[in-house]
Design a protein around this ligand. Structure first.
Ligand SMILES: [Fe+2]
Ligand SMILES: [Fe+2]
Length: 227
């Protein structure tokens, strides 16, 4: 169970993500009143949201939706992937906003903190009756196709398909958005970076679908985020 007292306002990154979580818990928990009370407490604690992370969750979900369309993923699998895409960075609640927005290179200790967020997210969500497939996608969304990611260094087909999709969508949005240390990259540079990292970071089939067939839709999603 989350200790509400330990959640400080400056650690909070997304009111929308937690509001979404509240909805899912309301839908899934048999004791709805209890769940709502808990989640109201969480939402009320979220007084200092980060606009960047709000947009990030939604865009990663929308880009994942484009990839699901290209791969013809439908039904419950699709719903789970989109839920996980929306919630993938929930574990960053426990990372200082100052660290998330740090304009300089992170120290090794800071990286260690950042690398914990998939596990923290999994730990938060598992207490709320979230579907096991969604939990796995949140846990593995930073695994690399060649086994060099984190937290468990899974590789290839051992990484759930949804996590591989979110990995690509997450990278597209990260490159396509302003950061504290750089401006958003141009679309052709993003495409080039994706191609360079095929087989290492990303599933080649997903990159082919994302970069070759969906440019217009994904560019539109990124462009709307820049307004
Ligand atoms: Fe992440
Ligand atoms: Fe992310």
């Amino acid at each position: 169970m989350i200790n509400l007292a330990s959640i400080r306002s400056h650690e909070i990154f997304s009111t929308v993500a937690v509001g979404f979580l509240a909805y899912k818990v309301w839908r899934l928990q048999p004791q709805r009143e209890t769940a709502q009370t808990i989640l109201k407490g969480i939402v009320n604690t979220l007084t200092n949201k980060s606009r960047y992370y709000y947009g990030h969750s939604k865009r990663v979900m929308l880009i994942s939706k484009c990839i699901c369309d290209a791969l013809d993923i439908n039904g419950r699998d699709r719903e789970n992937i989109l839920d996980a895409a929306y919630l993938h960075d929930i574990g960053k609640i426990r990372v200082d906003l100052a660290l998330l927005d740090k304009p300089d290179k992170l120290t090794e200790t800071e990286w260690e903190t950042m690398r914990k967020h998939p596990l923290v997210g999994y730990d938060i969500l598992k207490d709320f009756g979230i579907h096991a497939d969604v939990l796995a996608m949140v846990l593995y969304h930073h695994e690399n196709f060649d086994g060099t990611g984190y937290p468990l260094q899974l590789n290839g087909g051992n990484i759930p398909l949804g996590a591989r999709i979110i990995r690509v969508a997450d990278a597209i949005d990260a490159m396509g958005s302003d950061r504290a240390y750089r401006k958003a990259l141009p679309f052709d540079v993003i495409n080039e970076e994706l191609r360079k990292c095929v087989d290492t970071q990303f599933d080649p089939d997903i990159v082919a679908k994302a970069t070759n067939g969906l440019n217009k839709r994904i560019r539109l999603i990124l462009a709307q985020g820049r307004v």
